[in-house]
Design a protein around this ligand. Sequence first.
Ligand SMILES: [Fe+2]
Length: 252
Amino acid sequence: MKEVLDLIQKRKEEFAKLRLFEYLKDESIDPLERVAWAPCFAPFAMNFKDLNAYALRQEPTTDPIQEMINTHTYEDGQHWAWYLTDIERLNIDLSMRFTETLRFLWGDETKRTRHLCYDLFALSLSQTDPLLKLAIIESIEVTGTVALSALAKLGNDLEQLTKKHYRYLSAYHLGVETGHVQGGQSYEDTDNFLKNIQLTEQQTSKALEIVNRVFDSFTDCVKELMDYADNHSFAQPFPKIHKSEALLQTTI
Ligand SMILES: [Fe+2]
């Protein structure tokens, strides 16, 4: 597994250079403007619950790796509720017509974020080998560590400004994401355990492919979130008129 973990670290370094992570931490920008991407993240925050429950978890199992994955899914599959809490506390829990909400969630502005969810589902459901599922989770966790350390800084700045506590955007969230599969062991024990797993040549090649696909898809999502932040403000975090709606109107 060492070769796979090495690739994850290499991809992590490239991933961490994406502009969004600098933007989230940039003290020259109002913290509220730095969170204008939050609605665009909804498909991922909510789908992650289902990914854990329906694609990564496999019960019952006698496989110790799958057992570890199952434990992990119960922790990571609950964080969507923190995202909702933060949306409420940020006062961007706006009333929208149901059709507007659907157009937004399945619209152009969120398409790469949805695509990430589809990629993760497709990858997870097509792996019967728990070691390959582990490669998916390890890649997700490392992207999470990069994003959450920037979000922890943003959460702290928001907290000072608004005098409210945040959950998804918080050091607390970063603290529960170890950067490894959370199977009930310490970070060091998990690290040693993973490094000592021996993969066959075929498993290694498949796992490397998985790592690249997960990072490519997260990269697209993060670029979309940055585009969204560039084109929306905290005062108006949802599109006024949806592109697909505009397109529909022009074709009637
Ligand atoms: Fe999380």
